[in-house]
Design a binder for this molecule. Structure first.
Ligand code: FAD
Length: 552
């Protein structure tokens, strides 16, 4: 390790300060990352700033599905279902190790949300809108077939099920990989840089952003022809800074997921099932764990620190125990959790779960463009809409033209792979190497689904460390993350780069000290800074597993 990363960071800040951009993007969630890639790949000079870590907002706290949104069909949002449905296949093609095909089981129960005929028809329409073909098309199962697929389901009241195609991802890794690909197209992106205010010309048009480097504790200015706020739940805060907070506004709805061991909740497939209050939730198996979510409740607390509470936990555990009556999940079974905020567009008289998930673009008199709402799944199309708008303005005002959107042809994320088959054969080859390295076998899929072919570089680096295999692997991942993925803090690694905080939480205590030592060397931390970072990780471990300290 070395401190070139710190030098590199300072160099990037100097460049950000010196350059005049075509487009500044505020917010390094999936929306901002998608916009940065789209704009940079069309030839715009792009700068992106993120006040915490990339994907630390909503984009690491979703259900992690790239899905067409069956529930939106029920709300007759046909255009939305068609768009996101088609996007699933495109994003899967672009990064098949990161966006995995996943069959979903939809149990049909007496008095449930979906009736048998309506589901059969609805899923057919869903497949049709999304262009799903062949074996991937939905099949309807009778009761015995359903019980065979998922023996833990409640038999009483079960009518059958629909079995249909969706995709599963890791939202934070998707975001990071887009940021990296945008960097390859010359976009400059930095985490831990906050937009604190805007700069205006004499006509009160926005021409730049005053930034605070939260690592170096210094302020600097960036200037640009256009500025887009993709700040998710913080969009209204930035509109207030711009004095343009009027008309439509955000409505924040909290969504919680719980993680339990796969052994405690051993389902075979992802299941999308009814809750007694008329909502529906997911249970999703993922390697060694199963996660359950989500809640959907109005939120007016601190948006920088959103936590699971015991009410959320009770709601989700009861829902599972109702539909899977032999499981008897209890609070002690919850090993991790995450809570996020949906930045929805407020609609008078509607409940949180009734409000549309459509994205919306706001433009203020100063020229600040804001985008909020939408879905992870639709990130590419949202980006295209924003960049089309900016390109049109350039054409009109300066006669400058840019390429058309072509992000549907930019593979990213450590590929390329020839579809799922390519990913599987790479996985098989990696299993051999994992055995040779004396790591538990699950690390093969952990590496492939997180890093794709970049796993090779990580395993090569691992061989240079003489520690126990699990520690050597974590150190190699941290090295890779510092060199390539702008890791600055331990939580960047444990949460957003590797997903360990949610999916492999029990591995953290084994590797924590080694990770802290390496980051400490790399960034020249004082003893006190190392201790603070350690306490921060421990606080997050505690919050993930024990929520608001209510179940210690
Ligand atoms: P964010 O990810 O929140 O990014 C905004 C970023 O802006 C933040 O990182 C923040 O730190 C930064 N920022 C804010 N202010 C500033 C500032 N002043 N300066 C610099 N940076 C700033 N969608 C799906 O498609 N599939 C799903 O399965 C799914 N499940 C969901 C489940 C839940 C519980 C929730 C809450 C959402 C779910 N969604 C899902 C929706 C999806 O997660 C969101 O639409 C998406 O992540 C929003 O991304 P974003 O980039 O707009 O916002």
């Amino acid at each position: 390790m070395n401190s070139t990363s710190s030098l590199q960071r300072n160099h990037t800040i100097d460049q950000m300060e010196r350059q005049s951009f075509d487009l500044i993007v505020i917010g390094g969630g999936i929306t901002g990352a998608g916009i940065a890639l789209d704009a940079a790949s069309r030839g715009m000079k792009v700068g992106l700033i993120e006040k915490e870590d990339f994907a630390s907002g909503t984009s690491s706290r979703s259900t992690k599905l790239i899905h067409g949104g069956l529930r939106y069909l029920k709300q007759f949002e046909i255009a939305l279902v068609r768009e996101v449905g088609r996007e699933r296949a495109i994003v899967h093609e672009l990064a098949p190790h990161l966006v995995l095909a996943e069959k979903m089981l939809l149990p049909l129960v007496e008095g449930g949300t979906f009736g048998k005929l309506a589901t059969s028809f609805g899923l057919k329409v869903y497949d049709f809108l999304a262009g799903v073909e062949g074996d991937d098309q939905r099949v309807m199962l009778n009761k015995p077939e359903t019980m065979q697929k998922e023996p833990l389901l409640k038999e009483e009241g079960l009518l059958g099920s629909g079995f249909y195609a969706e995709y599963r991802t890791d939202d934070a890794r998707l975001t990071i990989e887009l940021i990296k690909m945008a960097a390859q197209k010359q976009a400059l992106s930095l985490n831990y840089v906050e937009a604190t205010s805007f700069l205006y010309d004499d006509d009160q048009k926005v021409i730049g952003v005053r930034c605070r480097d939260l690592e170096g504790q210094r302020d600097f200015d960036m200037t640009s022809a256009y500025i887009v706020s993709a700040a998710g739940p913080w969009v209204d805060n930035l509109r207030k800074k711009d004095n343009s907070f009027e008309g439509k506004r955000l409505f924040l709805s909290k969504g919680v997921h719980l993680v339990v061991s796969r052994k405690r909740f051993p389902i075979n497939h992802s299941v999308y099932f009814d809750v007694s209050d008329g909502r529906m939730i997911f249970a999703i198996p993922r390697q060694e764990i199963t996660y359950i979510g989500t809640t959907d409740t109005p939120y007016d607390g601190d948006i920088n620190h959103v936590l699971t509470n015991s009410e959320d936990e009770t709601y989700l555990l009861n829902a599972v125990n109702e539909m899977f009556p032999d499981i008897h999940l209890r609070s002690e079974d919850v090993i991790s959790s995450w809570a996020g905020l949906r930045p929805l567009i407020y609609e008078e008289g509607k409940s949180a779960s009734e409000m549309s998930r459509k994205d919306e673009i706001f433009e203020s008199d100063t020229g600040l463009i804001s985008i909020a709402g939408g879905k992870l799944t639709g990130y590419r199309k949202m980006a295209q809409r924003i960049v089309d708008l900016v390109a049109e303005r350039f054409e009109k005002t300066q006669g400058r033209s840019f390429q058309e959107c072509h992000t549907d042809a930019i593979a990213f994320g450590g590929g390329p792979f020839q579809g799922s088959a390519g990913v599987n054969s790479y996985l098989e080859a990696l299993k051999m190497k994992i055995r040779e390295s004396q790591l538990p076998e699950f690390y093969a899929s952990y590496l492939v689904y997180n890093y794709g072919r970049q796993s090779d570089a990580i395993l090569q680096k691992m061989a240079q460390y003489s520690d126990a295999p699990e520690i050597a692997l974590a150190r190699a991942e941290v090295w890779f993350g510092v060199e390539n993925e702008l890791i600055l803090r331990p939580l960047d690694f444990f949460s957003r780069r590797s997903g360990r905080l949610y999916f492999n939480i029990e591995t953290i205590s084994t590797v924590l000290d080694a990770v802290l030592d390496d980051l400490s060397d790399c960034f020249d931390w004082s003893v006190q800074k190392r201790q603070e970072e350690k306490e921060l990780v421990q606080q997050h471990l505690h919050e993930a597993a024990h929520f608001e300290y209510s179940k210690t």
